[in-house]
Design a protein around this ligand. Structure first.
Ligand code: TRP
Ligand code: SF4
Length: 325
């Protein structure tokens, strides 16, 4: 029996290459080894975007198109939308009854976001309870392994504590899910900050070759290189950071830069070509899905239909244990 993997992402619309190297590539590898459940966390999106839901469905759709175009295969893994299995909301409710507020308030991601986001009010019940819904997402399907980035570890640990508390009150039922840390590569954005849609510094998987070239041309290189013959310092150059990901012959580029033998213009052109080559299959698959949103929603519906019986069975057992049966 293959172990069950559960993971989700909030619908962010079109994905960028940071998403790909950070998580998606890993998911695509996992689908061959495990029984994988991958879902769009649209309810989680509401924790911060409760007031901007206009594009929510479109964002779900675009993200799923990118997932599939990048290589997630609905015949190998199960892809669904969180809100299509509302059982998770009921499990979230039982878990929220037993979760002390102090546990949630000391979650580092919570503290960070509360301090950082000042343009809107996220001191809501829903946002505080984010990790509760997250553990419900996982154990509703008896997920054993959870591929997440390092930033999500505190959520998972908190989730494990909630599971232990549930088992303590209602008898051993849920197993504690375990993180699988992906060897995620941190991809710098084109201005050097972490790549993010909200920083406007992202290279999207769905960008055209011309857009990619233009974005690469905007990237900051080693400021000490003015003439082509100036000796370069690739470790401070953003272009080099991406060559490390996209170019097998990065050592040659490193040496050429240090020796003042390749120019930045040429080096950038090469990088853009490499990124574009890597996206060839993606573009073909994306083009097929783009005009066919019905197919995307069918895949999500099918996925939800497949996982729903598991969710129902879990909830039957939970209700029995809580004596709400
Ligand atoms: N919090 C995750 C993120 O922001 C998304 C998520 C929601 C998730 N529920 C999950 C991830 C369950 C793993 C398992 O990326
Ligand atoms: Fe960066 Fe390439 Fe220029 Fe060196 S040659 S500074 S690696 S862009």
């Amino acid at each position: 029996m293959k172990k069950r993997v559960v993971s989700g992402n909030r619908p962010t619309g079109k994905l960028h290459i940071g998403h790909y190297h950070g998580a998606l590539k890993n998911w695509i590898e996992l689908q061959d080894k495990y029984n994988c459940f991958f879902f769009v966390a649209d309810w989680h999106a509401l924790t911060t975007k409760y007031d901007e839901t206009k594009n929510l469905r479109k964002d779900v759709e675009e993200m799923v198109i990118d997932w599939i175009a990048a290589g997630l295969n609905p015949s190998k893994c199960t892809i669904y939308r969180q809100s299509d299995v509302p059982e998770v909301a009921e499990l979230n409710l039982y878990f929220s009854m037993i979760t002390p507020i102090s546990w949630l308030e000391r979650c580092p991601t919570y503290k960070e976001m509360i301090n950082e986001i000042n343009y809107k009010d996220i001191s809501t019940h829903g946002f505080l309870g984010y990790p509760i819904l997250q553990v419900a997402d996982i154990v509703l399907y008896h997920g054993e392994l959870v591929p997440v980035g390092e930033d999500q570890l505190p959520h998972l640990e908190l989730g494990r504590e909630i599971v232990r508390r549930f088992n303590h009150f209602y008898g051993q039922y849920f197993s504690e899910p375990q993180a699988i840390l992906s060897q995620a590569k941190r991809v710098p954005g084109i201005n050097g900050r972490k790549m993010s849609k909200s920083y406007g510094n992202a290279i999207n998987l769905s960008d055209s070759p011309e857009e990619i070239l233009k974005k690469v041309q905007m990237m900051i290189t080693d400021p000490a290189r003015i003439k082509r013959t100036d000796l370069g310092h690739p470790d401070v150059c953003l272009v080099h950071g991406l060559h490390k990901i996209y170019s097998d012959d990065v050592d040659k580029i490193t040496e050429g830069c240090k020796a003042g033998e390749i120019g930045c213009v040429e080096c950038k052109k090469l990088l853009a070509e490499r990124i574009n080559e890597s996206l060839a299959d993606f573009r073909k698959r994306r083009a097929e899905l783009e005009g066919n949103s019905d197919k995307v929603w069918d895949i999500l519906r099918e996925g939800a239909k497949k996982v729903k019986p598991i969710a129902q069975e879990t909830l039957n057992e939970v209700r029995k244990r809580v004596r709400i049966d």
